[in-house]
Design a binder for this molecule. Structure first.
Ligand SMILES: [Zn+2]
Length: 421
């Protein structure tokens, strides 16, 4: 029977499984245990280690391998320490049992490895694999006696899975972050079902919008003029027609990826007091994900236009709005991109640049001017982040360590740039 501690297991895999067993799961992640684990790794690897508490109980751990030329900007390798629940937490309604234990073949915090080599655990893909791959790539390079001009910092941040508001969003504003002098960053990506690896150079911007319609109230038995419902219906129809247009644009073009179009979903309907009372107010909430090439001013005007066309008393407000879409260069003339993509050319691996369909901590890094690529070395792997039976094959994991070793060598050796001074 396959089990933990099987003889002959690669030590990197054993370390990965140890980290997976730390319960950094929302809503009460054990960040203390993760910080202690990482500090121990720093000690073993001879790396600098600092903990930066960005909010009460929210600690960023930074491990540092100094470069030979401290005048150069550093390479920042980011990963988040938290994982999503095996129950889905609904912000508005508390905890909903969506993924219960029956949906998992194995305990999601046991890091069970089956006879084929699949490791089952929450965080196996998102993204404890990457954290350990960074560490193991550094271990390998140090053991081989390498030194690089640029300093390598590994940042392990909390709370990415709940928006990063008490994690990376605060960390990038801290003097400790400025002191890292990050010139370029790597962060998480997604698994790919094919032989190709995907890399994410930008993200869609999240806009959560609540549209409120007000109208004449009255008794439910009458034909009342100018009701909130009629007007809300109109504006909902406009938004869903836009949704259909974008959906068809994506489906009709096989070269277009999900991140290249704007998505929207109607996520919440609110209002009403009783079955026989026509309400004065009704609202609909939408989750928009704007493609990076969308003109945000024009898009906001479009929202205004939909509301105005629906009639008097229809307004909208932003529940959340990201307005700093940034794109990291994927031009061969960019030295960071040339170093990154060159590794894939050398290893004869296919690389597909894409826009990340959702939000990650990369957006905070890009917003403060640090170019970042989202990359998780998982090809031939189904996308199971946040899903039940999240798992990763140990061979894919180990190959990822080798890929990072190559990437770190290339990126930490990028020659001096004008941006370094
Ligand atoms: Zn993640």
């Amino acid at each position: 029977m396959a089990s933990k501690g099987r003889e002959g297991e690669h030590p990197s895999v054993t370390l990965f499984r140890q980290y997976l067993r730390i319960r950094t799961v929302h809503p009460e992640p054990d960040y203390g245990a993760a910080g202690a684990f990482l500090e121990e790794q720093a000690h073993q690897l001879g790396l600098g280690c600092q903990h930066v508490e960005v909010a009460p109980g929210r600690v960023v751990t930074v491990l540092t391998w100094p470069g030979t030329n401290p005048r150069l900007c550093s390479l920042l390798l980011n990963s988040h320490t938290d994982v999503v629940p095996v129950f889905r937490v609904c912000v508005w309604r508390g905890v909903q049992a969506l993924y219960t234990k029956e949906h998992w073949s194995h305990d999601p915090f046991e890091a069970f490895k089956d006879a084929k080599g699949y490791i089952y655990a929450r965080g196996a893909q998102d993204m404890k694999c990457v954290s350990i791959q960074y560490l193991e790539a550094v271990r390998k390079l140090k053991a081989e006696g390498h030194h690089f001009p640029r300093t390598i910092h590994m940042t392990f941040v909390p709370d990415e899975e709940v928006g990063g508001h008490q994690g990376m969003e605060l960390f990038v504003q801290r003097p400790e972050f400025q002191a890292l002098r990050a010139g370029f960053a790597l962060d998480e990506g997604l698994a790919s079902l094919t032989d190709n690896f995907t890399v994410f150079y930008s993200e869609r911007s999240t806009w959560w919008v609540r549209i409120t319609s007000t109208g004449k109230p009255g008794h439910g038995s009458r034909f009342i003029e100018d009701t909130a419902a009629e007007k809300l219906h109109k504006v909902v129809s406009s938004v869903l027609a836009f949704r259909e247009k974008e959906r068809q644009r994506l489906q009709s073009n096989p070269h277009l990826k999900q991140g290249a179009v704007t998505s929207v979903n109607l996520t919440k309907l609110e209002g009403g007091v009783a079955c026989n009372v026509v309400p004065a107010t009704l609202s609909a909430s939408f989750d928009f994900r704007l493609a990076p090439d969308v003109d945000m001013k024009a898009f906001k005007e479009q929202l205004q236009g939909w509301c105005q066309a629906a009639g008097e008393g229809v307004t909208f407000e932003f529940v959340q709005k990201w307005t700093e879409p940034r794109v990291t260069s994927t031009d061969d003339s960019d030295p960071w991109w040339a170093a990154f993509s060159g590794v894939f050319k050398d290893m004869k691996l296919a690389l597909e640049p894409e826009v990340f369909p959702a939000a990650t901590d990369s957006r905070y890094l890009r917003a403060v001017g640090v170019p970042a690529l989202g990359f998780s070395p998982m090809n031939n792997t189904p996308v199971l982040l946040h899903d039940h039976d999240e798992r990763l094959h140990e061979a894919v994991f180990l190959r990822g360590v080798d890929i990072y070793a190559q990437l770190l060598s290339a990126l930490a050796s990028v020659p001096a740039l004008p941006s370094d001074s």
